[in-house]
Design a protein around this ligand. Structure first.
Ligand code: SAM
Length: 279
């Protein structure tokens, strides 16, 4: 792909603004225009929604989102060195890009836009999972976002989509699949990034389920934390710290106290959350 807009090539932008990548900010910049455009396209029609992007960096994905017709992009970036490059993009796209300088962990994306929101980001690896968990565990459902299209290290992507029987199955898989349909869309070779990370990355997409199983959220978070915190132990041991009568509660959920966390599917965890939510 030759160009997606008339702005300078990303390598020039990085050199001009001295944006040498910082490990502490999880900076691995995606400069391949075919890939940034592919991520933007995979999120579907962007013309009727606000895209919230975390960590635009020099703006490679941001430009692809705008070139793909996003109505508006609100981008949260912690690294102030990136702001002049992002201001140039905003000007080029007639203000369709709004940049917020700060830590994405401190923002609720629901408050950054009126109307439908899609979150699309190449997430910094050090806060990616924490951000995702925040977006997955909102009290209201359906949530404020209609889809999440996110790049993670492949190992994290596999944990998000994992089901019982998968090696990567754990707490993240339960919390994601309880409420969402999850898919890995494609992998990205480390060579696509500057600097190249040590591991392969993958783009994951999540869509809210229309009718997730009713479940006390806090109890589900507690039960999965205990059960997978000691995943080799039987449930009767790993959940004992939650309630003294754990064994009876596991049985009330229709499960065997001798089962281990990795054998329990999402429906089983929902039943456990109900059983452990009672006084
Ligand atoms: N979107 C760019 C791309 O695809 O090339 C950059 C992605 S890079 C993996 C992650 C970006 O997130 C960096 O620009 C980094 O400065 C930014 N970042 C790191 N921690 C952040 C935080 N807590 N809040 C907002 N941005 C953050």
């Amino acid at each position: 792909m030759a160009q997606i807009d008339d702005l300078p090539p990303l390598r020039e932008v990085i050199a001009e603004h001295g944006l040498d990548a910082r490990k502490s900010l999880g900076q691995n910049f995606l400069l391949d225009l075919n890939l940034t455009s592919r991520i933007a396209r995979s999120a579907g029609d962007l013309s009727d929604c606000t895209v919230v992007e975390v960590g635009p960096g020099p703006g490679g994905l941001t430009r692809a989102l705008l070139a793909a017709g996003a109505k508006k992009v609100v981008a949260i970036e912690k690294d102030t060195r990136c702001l002049p490059a992002l201001a140039q993009i905003s000007e080029h796209y007639n203000g369709k890009l709004e940049v917020i300088e700060g830590d994405a962990l401190k923002y609720n994306p629901a408050e950054l836009a009126d109307g439908p929101i899609k979150i699309i980001a190449n997430l910094p690896y050090n806060v990616g999972t924490q951000l995702l968990l925040g977006w997955l565990t909102t009290e209201e459902w359906p949530p404020f976002w209609s889809s999440l299209t996110l790049m993670f290290q492949k190992e994290v992507a596999q944990r998000i989509v994992a089901q019982t029987g998968d090696k990567a199955y754990g707490r993240l898989g339960v919390l994601a699949n309880w409420r969402c349909h999850t898919d890995i869309l494609f992998d990205l070779n480390p060579k696509a990034f500057t600097p190249p990370p040590k591991v392969t990355s993958a783009v994951v997409q999540l869509h809210p389920r229309e009718k997730p199983l009713g479940c006390p959220l806090k109890a589900l978070e507690r039960v999965t934390a205990h059960a997978f915190g000691q995943r080799r132990k039987m449930l009767r041991a790993s959940l004992k710290g939650l309630k003294p009568d754990a064994e009876a509660r596991i049985e009330a959920a229709g499960l065997k106290p001798t089962a281990r966390a990795e054998e329990i599917d999402v429906t089983g965890f929902v039943a456990l959350a109900h059983a452990f939510d009672k006084d």
